[in-house]
Design a protein around this ligand. Structure first.
Ligand code: AMP
Length: 121
């Protein structure tokens, strides 16, 4: 899949759409999800143009991968989630339920989140 430079997160990165920013560095931007599923629900996105985890893990330079992974951890610590704990989720592709075609990590916290995903094979 080719990257759509007008997807909603690309537009947030360009400043064309506002967001409730919680963190920014050279590699990543983090902001509150517009439809939170937990008391804390933050999205962390790389600044580079990557459609998905597939795209990012295959094509991103090591420096961008390291910078993004460190940024996700920094956001979780900044939000005070390290000790109570939290969940990271990356929806990927059709079966993964990915809606926005710019890689994003969901960070959930602020309550006991339960086990994994709903039961059923
Ligand atoms: P996914 O299904 O993993 O692609 O998740 C996309 C997420 O982006 C959903 O949780 C949406 O609520 C969220 N979202 C969509 N548009 C915006 C926006 N403008 N600002 C913040 N979050 C958004």
């Amino acid at each position: 899949m080719t990257y759509d430079p007008n997807n909603v997160f690309a537009r947030i990165l360009k400043g064309e759409i506002p967001c409730k920013k919680v963190y920014e560095d050279a590699f990543a931007l983090a902001f509150h999800d517009i439809a939170p599923k937990a008391p804390v629900h933050v999205l962390v996105i790389p600044k580079g143009a990557y459609v998905s985890w597939n795209d990012f893990s295959e094509k991103a330079p090591a420096e961008e991968i390291a910078g993004f992974v460190r940024a996700v951890g920094a956001v979780a610590r900044q939000l005070g989630l390290e000790e109570p704990g939290y969940r990271m989720l990356i929806n990927t592709g059709r079966d993964g339920g990915q809606e926005v075609p710019h890689l994003h990590v969901h960070l959930f916290g602020g309550r006991v989140l339960g086990r994994m995903i709903p039961d059923g094979v």
